[in-house]
Design a protein around this ligand. Structure first.
Ligand code: AMP
Length: 388
């Protein structure tokens, strides 16, 4: 790793400011956590630091409080859950900066959880004074919040200027390790699979992946903009008219781009709607999934892969039976035995729905951050960490 890891730090007797991603879903009212997956994801780093004799000041954002305190987005329920999971006291701070918080930090508490960072507008503005106040009293900084590493905020970037050393937590390290392995001289053949709604969201990803993958298979609605660029009919499918020229130039530049050869089409986009499988999309129909031949062609290519990067569903997978293309790809990726990295919330849902999540080498915890990484951009929250 080019960046320092928490494993490179001598933590004994040190106070660590640890940025975690405790942005958990809450039931209406904000009192009850509906999934503690994100808390569990950082447990190994938290436990490791405690075992090494560090004192922890944990911080996270939760929801979008827009720079104002909002009791419905308090981290209090997270403190309670974390306490259960750790089996030791977690002290909940009334805020994330200020004299009261400084006192708690200086007290004899092994774990202090700060209140929602985004209760202060200075967090997202990467305000220097706010960053200094966050770091007050802390020796080192550890970032385990991969999901916010693409944002240059006070708790992800600014704070690193006010501590002696800044390192990646174990979860962050794992994310960077897997993403690095599939993008930096990956085992070949390396296959990219991109789907989802829009070409415009993933232009930089397409351009960057084309630099190093051996094949890039396109599915989802973004395929129709490419088909239109080839002059093929797309009926009423989602097409980004203003991206057709760009799609054309990408197709001209690279023979690695693979497009669906058949499609599942429907007259009405709703669950259980009647559908047809066609090679040419009729004028009145909407393309909602890759067709059976495409599934076969893509799966055959995937079976030969030694590394795979997948982001975005192959169709409107939330509405069965239009999930079959996505499920087929999930199974093919799982069966390939290749080094596989899946990013983004939808692709994760798809591999779970297909029951193959445990056969994927790595499912990224950060949708936006993993897309930015795949665009070839250095994430600001990673760039800010100390060099190894
Ligand atoms: P993204 O967030 O860009 O990965 O896009 C995910 C969304 O793309 C999902 O909600 C899918 O339902 C949607 N999607 C995938 N294929 C299609 C399609 N053929 N038509 C409309 N939406 C689609």
């Amino acid at each position: 790793m080019p960046k320092l890891s928490i494993r490179n730090l001598d933590l004994r007797g040190k106070r660590i400011f640890m940025r975690v991603d405790f942005n958990v879903p809450l039931a209406p009212g904000g009192k009850e956590i509906t999934s503690d997956k994100r808390i569990r994801a950082s447990l190994p780093t938290i436990k490791y630091a405690l075992e090494q004799g560090a004192q922890l000041v944990l911080a996270s954002h939760l929801g979008r409080p827009k720079g104002k305190p909002n009791p419905e987005m308090s981290l209090k329920p997270v403190a309670a859950r974390l306490q259960e999971l750790l089996g030791q006291p977690v002290v909940m701070a009334p805020d994330c900066i200020g004299p009261e918080v400084d006192q708690l930090k200086a007290g004899n508490h092994p774990v202090v959880l700060l209140e929602n960072l985004r209760f202060h507008p200075e967090e997202e503005k990467n305000d220097a004074e706010f960053a200094r106040a966050l770091a007050a009293g802390c020796d080192y900084y550890v970032n385990d919040a991969f999901g916010t590493a693409h944002r240059a905020h006070a708790s992800t970037v600014g704070i690193t200027k006010h501590v002696a050393k800044s390192a990646a937590g174990l979860l962050m390290e794992k994310e960077l390790d897997y993403l690095g392995r599939v993008t930096n001289n990956p085992p070949r053949p390396c296959i990219g699979i991109l789907g989802g709604a829009k070409v415009s969201d993933k232009i930089e990803v397409i351009e960057n992946l084309l630099k190093f993958v051996d094949q890039l298979m396109i599915g989802g609605a973004m395929a129709y903009t490419f088909l239109r660029a080839q002059g093929r009919p797309t009926g009423k499918s989602l097409v980004e008219e203003d991206k057709i020229d760009l799609a054309k130039s990408l197709l001209e530049k690279s023979s690695k781009l693979k497009l669906p050869v058949d499609h599942v089409v429907t007259a009405e986009l709703k669950e259980g709607a009647p559908y047809e499988e066609v090679e040419t999309i009729p004028e009145t129909m909407i393309g909602v999934d890759i067709g059976p031949k495409t599934r076969e062609i893509y799966a055959a290519a995937i079976a030969t892969a030694k590394s795979i990067i997948w982001n975005g569903p192959m169709g409107v997978f939330e509405k069965p039976p239009f999930d079959r293309g996505t499920v087929a790809i999930a199974k093919a990726v799982a069966d390939s035995g290749a080094l596989s990295v899946v990013g983004g919330g939808d692709s994760e849902k798809a591999v779970k729905a297909a029951g193959v999540a445990d056969k994927i080498s790595h499912i990224s915890t950060g949708g936006g951050a993993s897309l930015e990484y795949l665009s070839g951009i250095e994430l600001p929250g990673v760039a800010a960490l100390s060099d190894n």
